[in-house]
Design a protein around this ligand. Structure first.
Ligand SMILES: Cc1cc2nc3c(=O)[nH]c(=O)nc-3n(C[C@H](O)[C@H](O)[C@H](O)COP(=O)(O)O)c2cc1C
Length: 377
């Protein structure tokens, strides 16, 4: 396993869907960052299962318990560490999957790689449940970035096989009204109409014992220009690296992304104009990144989420112990669509990638305040 991410900030995520707890350690967090645990819990609740008609019925508190790294409500420079207990696990739902792997899930490759020593219950370490730990660490990173005026917002850009689309995030400037709408609608969309239609699409798939996928768009506003380290630690590399760690993510694109391949240079280039604070692009096809380095425009990216693999419809599989073909109808509690719950996960992943780049570029004093009367000490 390599469930570790980051250069200056080292995130490690551990646990399985049905182990006593999951958790994270985050090494390299600057001291002096205030952490509002109530706001963190509200952020965790946006991802937590069992809160919406379109989510799995598994019910979890998803309350991070900090074991280290916090003193009097701020980071203290020691590794930040938290666990999140798993309460509502029903492991007997999964016994069959060691023998008969789910098409589209990690059961078969995990059995081969770990020589049948893997934990299959609830998807083990491959479960979407591990994104609760990612959100706990990322929720702290989001607060740290906000203290520097960097805001990260995500929403469902499109959903379903005949894509239902939301209006795009503002690609040029932070628009708090969009963030408010995303928080208020039934699903995290800017348009309430799109949210209604997406919800109907998910419930229809669930009724047919099927599932649907979609695309999440995420934007980071207020990133300073000049952050990122090409060739392999550019902002695109870092965001893609962490985003592909989110289970069910099958594609990542930045700015105009794949559609840029169909444009002419004259259409795709972002022209510059001189402003009071220097040169800045006047459009944002680049998604705020050129040469792997931020150009001062918002960082805009999208991730494609596949339809949930565990579906109750009968599918063709194999019985690995008997060495014969076998059919499988997946039992247990599953999300008919992962996309809504993965929206805060995209924000958390983006925050961790950007905070890592900022700390690497600017050092430990990139974040946090000094408790010393004389900062020079
Ligand atoms: C928030 C979240 C919830 C998920 N819930 C489920 C689920 O209920 N059932 C399921 O089969 N997969 C679920 N997944 C996806 C699987 O964990 C994932 O598809 C599987 O591990 C295989 O990995 P891959 O799709 O990245 O290749 C979820 C993913 C996320 C991010």
């Amino acid at each position: 396993m390599a469930s570790v991410f980051g250069n200056a900030l080292k995130l490690s995520i551990f646990g399985q869907s049905h182990s006593p707890a999951i958790g994270f350690t985050l090494d390299g967090v600057p001291a002096g960052i205030p952490v509002d645990t109530e706001r963190l819990q509200a952020f965790m609740d946006r991802r937590a299962p069992g809160r919406a008609r379109t989510s799995t019925a598994r019910r979890e508190a998803d309350a991070p318990e900090f074991l280290g790294g916090l003193t009097d409500g701020h980071t203290n420079g020691a590794p930040l560490a938290a666990i999140i207990r798993n309460g509502d696990a029903r492991s007997h739902d999964y016994d069959e999957l060691r023998r008969i792997p789910r098409p589209g899930h990690a059961d078969l490759p995990a059995r081969i790689k770990y020589r049948n020593n893997h934990d299959v219950a609830g998807g083990g370490h491959f479960s979407g449940r591990l994104t609760a730990a990612l959100c706990a660490a990322g929720g702290v990173a989001l607060q740290a970035l906000e203290s520097r005026g960097i805001h990260i917002v995500a929403h469902i850009a499109s959903l379903g096989p005949k894509p239902i689309t939301d209006m795009p995030l503002d690609a040029m400037a932070y628009n708090p009204a969009q963030a408010t709408l995303i928080g208020a609608n039934k699903l995290p969309c800017i348009s309430s109409d799109a949210a209604e239609r997406m919800q109907a699409c998910i419930l229809d798939a669930a009724e047919k014992l099927d599932s649907v996928g979609g695309v999440i768009e995420c934007a980071a506003y207020g990133m300073p220009a000049g952050i990122g380290d090409p060739m392999f630690d550019g902002i695109e590399n870092r965001i893609a690296h962490i985003a592909f760690g989110i289970p069910a993510v099958k594609g990542v694109e930045f700015g105009t992304g794949f559609a840029a391949a169909r444009l002419r240079g004259s259409e795709n280039n972002d022209p510059y104009r001189m402003g009071s604070d220097g040169a800045h692009p006047v459009s944002n096809h680049a998604g705020g990144i050129l040469g792997g380095i931020t150009d001062g425009a918002p960082v805009v990216w999208r991730m494609a989420i596949k339809p949930t693999p565990s579906i109750a419809q009968s599918q063709r599989s194999v019985d690995l112990d008997a060495g014969i073909d076998a059919d499988l109808s997946v039992r247990g509690r599953h999300d008919p669509c992962i996309v809504a719950r993965a929206v805060p996960v995209a924000e958390a992943a983006c925050a961790l990638a950007l905070m890592d780049a900022l700390v690497e570029d600017e050092g430990q004093r990139a974040f946090g305040t000094s408790a010393e009367p004389y900062d020079a000490l």
